[in-house]
Design a protein around this ligand. Structure first.
Ligand code: CTP
Ligand code: ZN
Length: 156
């Protein structure tokens, strides 16, 4: 059997013609990814799969967005909760480009400080964290020095 055909038959979610495939999303964070990227608000065609087999993660989730292409700073927001994501840019059914998302060493904005008493929760001032651990994710607030951990993360 042709390799192309084999690949197609193995595909869990239909191929798309143009757009972005966000692959290797940790299953537990699929809905967080949807919410961070505000996919509930867009009108593009979206298909997703979850609890799919994946060598690396055991199980993975995948999101396919037709006719949608992300800016780096938009997509990098998900690196916080989906660090091993592979972004596939699809043009005319072909994977034109593969991108990875990277967790920056410093995160400005995007995430709320977990500490209710932190100044960033009371004044209009951007949050600012130093990433002290990437797995599991731990962010140290520059202002109150409290640690916000992965489970506590709330996006702004
Ligand atoms: N894909 C798609 N539509 C296309 C082409 C690819 O939905 N027209 C999806 C595939 O289903 C896959 C991802 O995009 O989930 C990447 O495609 P490809 O690079 O062909 O797959 P792999 O080699 O398995 O990718 P990797 O090993 O980088 O995860
Ligand atoms: Zn703080």
């Amino acid at each position: 059997m042709k390799d192309d055909l084999k690949k197609r038959l193995k595909m869990n979610v239909s191929a798309i013609k143009e757009g972005t495939v966000i692959d290797h999303i940790p299953v537990k964070n699929l809905f967080k990814v949807i919410s961070i990227l505000r996919l509930d608000k867009i009108e593009n065609q979206i298909t997703f799969g979850t609890n799919l087999d994946s060598g690396k993660l055991g199980k993975k989730a995948i999101i396919k967005l037709s006719d949608k292409f992300f800016e780096d700073d938009e997509i990098n927001k998900i690196a916080l909760i989906a660090p091993h994501v592979k972004l596939n840019i699809i043009k005319d059914y072909e994977v034109l480009e593969k991108r990875i998302v990277e967790i920056p060493d410093v995160i400005v904005g995007i995430v709320k400080c977990f500490n209710p008493r932190c100044i960033t929760n009371h004044e209009t001032i951007s949050t600012h964290f130093k990433v002290i651990s990437k797995e599991p994710l731990e962010l140290k607030c520059k202002y109150c020095e409290k640690i916000t951990s992965e489970e506590q993360i709330k996006m702004i």
